[in-house]
Design a binder for this molecule. Structure first.
Ligand SMILES: [Zn+2]
Length: 189
């Protein structure tokens, strides 16, 4: 798995996609926590849950089904009032679903461990992406800071942080240019 920090970064960045009127600060905090939440399944190791089980690491909590459930809970937790209530509610659901599902996708691009149970509880097949450039972080976070582990951080910076920063910057620039375009302002009136 990548570090929790990297998953949280993606969740927080996804909040930028929310439509106007949605409280983005609150959404950013919720999405950051939600994007890291699937790894709470590591508690199962100390309870004797096997890695490959339904509730094992990278199992149900990393599935698209779980992402949809958590996405729905977040959509209900974030106030999306006003005349565009339905549109905002659906937008928050899809953004939250994508933020949580991004966790499994990122894990599927790591170079060790078991694959991801994307289709649980309907299929127990575990999946990896064909391209897996991200170095796997240790499950115990204390070991992450031990000597010789800095290549993990460099791997995440290269394959996640930099592309994410470029995407966020392009998105913000595009949005600002759209706002300053008089034609789009006329259309939005
Ligand atoms: Zn994970």
């Amino acid at each position: 798995m990548p570090t929790a920090f990297t998953h949280m970064l993606i969740g927080a960045a996804a909040s930028q996609l929310a439509p106007a009127g949605v409280p983005k600060g609150r959404l950013a905090v919720l999405l950051a926590l939600a994007a890291a939440a699937p790894d709470l399944d590591v508690i199962g190791f100390s309870l004797g849950v096997p890695y490959g089980a339904l509730l094992g690491h990278r199992g149900l909590s990393h599935s698209l089904f779980f992402a949809a459930l958590l996405g729905a809970a977040i959509a209900l937790a974030v106030p999306a009032r006003g005349p565009k209530f339905r549109r905002n509610l659906m937008a928050i659901f899809f953004i939250a679903f994508a933020a949580v599902a991004s966790h499994g996708l990122l894990d599927a691009a790591t170079d060790a461990g078991l694959g991801i149970g994307f289709l649980l509880p309907f299929s127990d097949q575990r999946y990896f992406l064909p391209f897996r450039p991200i170095a796997t972080a240790p499950i115990n976070p204390q070991r992450f800071f031990s000597a010789g582990r800095w290549h993990l951080m460099i791997s995440e910076m290269l394959w996640v942080w930099l592309p994410l920063a470029a995407l966020t910057l392009s998105f913000q620039l595009g949005r600002r240019m759209g706002r300053s375009d008089p034609r789009s302002q006329a259309l939005s009136r």
